[in-house]
Write a protein of this length. Structure first.
Length: 361
């Protein structure tokens, strides 16, 4: 199945209509509208639905067949919020990533227009939808949505867009970032070389311009280059390298590798999400495999426009907290030390660790 997402407007109402009607017929419990309200609706009503100012209406298409839809609706009273509505995937296309593709696209679009969060409402006993939204990064807020006919209320779920906003800064500033990054390999390269043998297979998170990957390859390591920003991946591919886009929170990392190398990448992962990302790293390496990463030293978290003049999110760590977090994710032989360069404005920590040879009971 090859899915393409199409943005539709009022002029595409005839293409959107059968998908909307199929959704209302298939899952009447999931929508505020009823099939009877729309099946005989005149053209002007369909056009009006697809003419909401600032909205994004998407169709998911497999070849010539529409298999899903979703819409993002800006909140006119709160520019930091976008509501996701009209989410539906045809039964034959479910569990194939269509829903996530729709939701991720809306998330990136919403971040680009300055939103900080997506929100949606779901019927509380719609277990399949709840699981799909949770996999896509939505969490229950504890707030009640609109009342249902049986007296219950919909559940409100929210997806924070911190990661999307940070990635967007890199997408827009890839050339600037590359120009402002020196050609000297990171000290983390030497840390990794001391821990693995020639020929080792390494997953690099956040390859960026590719300087560290080049240094690792020059030392006879095999590097799988990845980045969350497509702009960097496109640059690497244009230079003749294999590279892939990788969302460290939800994508399949592949493996098993001999090591995961993450120079200045975990700095952008929120503290609450870091244990899960470290757990993904653990399962991406073989028993005895290595983690080598750097983070910024300090307390708390916040946004900074340093280097890119476009805000990125950073999480700061102390040595004890970072070591405890890495150990709690299942890593062994954890070492954390400060590796700030003399005269540097920012302070850095380096962490190395190994996956246990035998799994813990």
């Amino acid at each position: 199945m090859t899915i393409e997402l199409r943005r539709v407007t009022a002029d595409d109402w005839a293409d959107w209509r059968p998908v909307r009607l199929a959704a209302l017929a298939d899952a009447p419990y999931a929508f505020g509208s009823r099939l009877a309200d729309w099946q005989d609706a005149p053209e002007h009503r369909w056009r009006s639905r697809l003419s909401v100012p600032g909205a994004l209406d998407l169709l998911a298409v497999d070849g010539t067949t529409a298999v899903g839809m979703a819409s993002g609706m800006p909140d006119p009273d709160d520019p930091a919020r976008v509501e996701v509505v009209s989410v539906w995937v045809a039964p034959a296309a479910r569990r194939s990533g269509v829903a996530r593709h729709l939701l991720d696209t809306i998330a990136h679009w919403a971040a680009d227009r300055g939103a900080h969060a997506l929100e949606l409402s779901v019927v509380p006993d719609n277990a399949a939808a709840l699981r799909a939204y949770e996999r896509a990064g939505f969490v229950a807020t504890g707030e009640s949505g609109e009342a249902l006919p049986d007296g219950r209320h919909e559940l409100v779920m929210r997806r924070d867009l911190t990661a999307e906003r940070t990635l967007l800064a890199y997408e827009r500033g890839a050339d600037r970032y590359t120009a402002r990054t020196d050609d000297h390999r990171a000290g983390l390269v030497d840390d990794l070389l001391a821990l693995v043998s020639p020929g080792a297979r390494v997953l690099e998170l956040g390859s960026g311009p590719g300087r560290d990957a080049a240094a690792l390859e020059a030392a006879d390591l095999h590097v799988d280059r990845t980045d969350g920003a497509r702009a960097f991946v496109d640059r690497l591919r244009a230079e003749g390298h294999d590279a892939r886009v990788l969302d460290v929170r939800r994508d399949d990392w592949g493996g098993p590798y001999d090591a995961v190398f993450a120079n200045a990448v975990l700095v952008h992962v929120e503290r609450a999400a870091t244990p899960a990302v470290l757990g993904r790293a653990l399962h991406a390496v073989r028993p005895g495999g290595v983690l080598a990463a750097t983070v910024k030293r300090g307390d708390g978290a916040g946004w900074s426009d340093r280097k890119l003049e476009d805000e990125r999110f950073f999480t700061y760590w102390t040595e004890p907290d970072l070591a405890a977090c890495v150990r709690a994710a299942g890593w062994d032989r954890v070492e954390v030390r400060e590796t700030t360069r003399p005269g540097a404005e920012e302070r850095w920590l380096t962490v190395t660790a190994r996956r246990p040879e035998e799994e813990r009971p």
